[in-house]
Design a protein around this ligand. Structure first.
Ligand SMILES: Nc1ncnc2c1ncn2[C@@H]1O[C@H](COP(=O)(O)OP(=O)(O)OP(=O)(O)O)[C@@H](O)[C@H]1O
Ligand SMILES: [Mg+2]
Length: 231
């Protein structure tokens, strides 16, 4: 028996604007991501990688095609149900500005749990355990403005994984870091998703980061071509 994918994108397109000024950014993109799998999406700046990831993770809606997450067609969800789907089943790490500046690190990490109905005290306890996994126990009560870029990204990894999501999206997660901090964030992300059996979609310019993936998909002017890695 073949397991069904965590995420399936079928014929996804995204246009911006309308009439004569319409810009077609994505054309007929297909992708399947299975539990435990890491998919890297590479491609030139402006090719549509973030647009695609935003559609896949329910932050944006495609103008054509279908995205199914855990068997649920995302187009059928209204905004409150989509927000709940994101809090419960999807983790995100962006290039920077992942954290809410007016919340401490532990409150930031607890936020997805609280949004999915976990009680405050239990959510904070799980947040502190996730922060410990990324080596930030001593920073749990710090504000995002008081920590380094690498620490903020490590906290973002903890937040992305704390609710045991089915899939984690990382859009240039190491893009704003130096090599050493980038590697640390990359390793922590890999370890945390592996331990939870989650799928990962990583968008990156970094070919070393892409080389560790099970599947590398290349976005070229809005068209995605996936190449499975041969073991
Ligand atoms: N809201 C929008 N309205 C109009 N055009 C948009 C919008 N969002 C993105 N685009 C266009 O879509 C194209 C793809 O953008 P996107 O951010 O997906 O690229 P990317 O591959 O992630 O690039 P980078 O590697 O620089 O992050 C760009 O030409 C961009 O200008
Ligand atoms: Mg981008």
């Amino acid at each position: 028996m073949t397991a069904s994918p965590v995420l399936r994108a079928e014929g996804v397109s995204r246009e911006f604007g309308r009439g004569e000024t319409v810009t077609k950014v994505l054309h007929d993109c297909h992708l399947e991501v299975y539990a435990g799998q890491t998919v890297a999406i590479v491609g030139k700046s402006g090719s549509g990688k973030s647009t695609f990831a935003n559609c896949l993770s329910g932050l944006d809606r495609p103008t054509g095609g279908r995205i199914t997450l855990l068997g649920q067609d995302l187009a059928e969800l209204d905004e409150p149900r989509m927000a709940r789907m994101r809090a419960e089943h999807i983790g995100f790490v962006l290039q920077k500005d992942n954290l809410v500046p007016t919340l401490t690190l532990e409150e930031n990490v607890a936020a997805p749990l609280i949004m999915s109905g976990v009680k405050l005290s239990a959510a904070l306890e799980r947040a502190r355990a996730a922060l410990a996994e990324v080596g930030l126990t001593h920073r749990a009560r710090s504000w995002p403005g008081q920590v380094s870029g690498g620490e903020a990204q490590r906290a973002a990894v903890a937040r992305a994984c704390v609710s045991e999501p089915a899939i984690v999206f990382a859009d240039e997660p190491t893009g704003a870091l130096d090599e050493e901090n980038g590697l640390r964030v990359q390793e922590l992300l890999r370890a945390m998703v592996k331990e939870r059996g989650a799928a990962t979609v990583i968008i990156t310019h970094d070919l070393d980061l892409a080389a560790g993936a099970d599947v590398v998909a290349t976005m070229t002017a809005g068209t995605l071509r996936a190449a499975g890695r041969v073991f």
